[in-house]
Design a protein around this ligand. Structure first.
Ligand code: PHE
Ligand code: CO
Length: 285
């Protein structure tokens, strides 16, 4: 992992991706994409985190940790408790030894959002991309893109769960396949309603396992406690038909009985499903 600079791979069109994002959004991309390797990984340069950044991490962690009891699923809560990263921004290297021993996953540091094929390629190899930068103090409550707090706090504990670990790898392989079959739109909804905003039936109620819920103080209360929210039993086709909201709390969440159910229901070949979905209506959340 220590080569200074891999030559750009022809398979990865960096300038295309960055230009594309710049054209579609008002703010461009937040991270520094100038020092990455062909697979978009970078070094975590720990010395670049300032005391103010460490303080942001500690305050985000404390605020979120307090909201977890009764709202976070057991797998998340127990992995988080063992990880012990309340007091400082975590170092990828130290987490990686434990993560690899638990589920053979590894975290790879990246500058931020990735092109779909690069993202899927990492997941297919059991590598989870984690953004290196952290929000500034002025952005404490709102960030335009996922930062290290979202990626680490929200996603990493769930990677210690064997079934989620296998599901995510299958998702990466499925993503590469969906690109060839024109199914990306549907597969993106599956990621959104499971890995980012999934709920699981637990302890006679629902608990969060989705990172977008677990890393947000507003959404965790909304998703688990709010009476007006729709909480539907997980149904693969229904999930793939349902559009989602990117800059507001979700109006609907899908609840799995177990992570085994999630893995089993998504295991069959999706080729025909993508074709069938073209003829089904899209549902509003
Ligand atoms: N079973 C899916 C396919 O054949 C792959 C997949 C698995 C996608 C798990 C998402 C999650 O395309
Ligand atoms: Co995320």
């Amino acid at each position: 992992m220590n080569e200074p600079e891999d030559p750009a791979s022809p398979a990865v069109d960096r300038s295309g991706f960055l230009a594309d994002v710049a054209a579609r959004s008002t703010h461009g991309l937040r991270g520094d994409y100038s020092r990455m390797r062909a697979d978009y990984t970078v070094e975590q340069r720990y010395e670049l985190y300032t005391p103010a950044h460490q303080d942001v991490w500690r305050r985000l962690y404390a605020r979120q940790h307090e909201l977890l009891p009764g709202r976070a699923c057991e797998a998340f809560a127990s992995a988080l408790a063992r990880l012990d990263f309340a007091d400082a921004i975590p170092r990828f290297d130290s987490v990686n030894q434990r993560l690899h021993a638990a589920t053979r996953w590894r975290l790879v540091p990246v500058p931020g959002l990735l092109p779909d094929d690069v993202f899927f390629g990492h997941l297919a190899k059991r590598q989870f991309p984690v953004t290196v930068w952290i929000r500034e103090p002025e952005e404490f409550d709102y960030i335009v893109e996922p930062d290290i707090f979202h990626d680490f706090f929200g996603h990493v504990p769930m990677l210690f769960d064997p079934q989620i670990a296998d599901y995510l790898q299958a998702y990466g392989l499925g993503g590469l396949k969906a690109q060839r079959l024109g199914g990306l739109k549907y597969l993106a909804r599956l990621y959104w309603y499971t890995i980012e905003f999934g709920l699981v039936a637990e302890a006679g109620g629902v608990r969060a396992y989705g990172a977008g819920i677990l890393s947000s103080p507003g959404e965790i209360r909304h998703a688990v406690d709010a009476p007006e929210v729709h909480r539907e039993r997980f149904d693969l086709i229904r999930v793939m038909q349902t559009k989602y909201l990117i800059d507001d709390f979700q109006k609907v969440y899908f609840v799995v009985d177990s992570f085994g159910q999630l893995f089993d229901e998504t295991a069959p070949d999706f080729s025909l499903l993508y074709r069938a979905l073209e003829r089904l209506p899209e549902l509003e959340p």
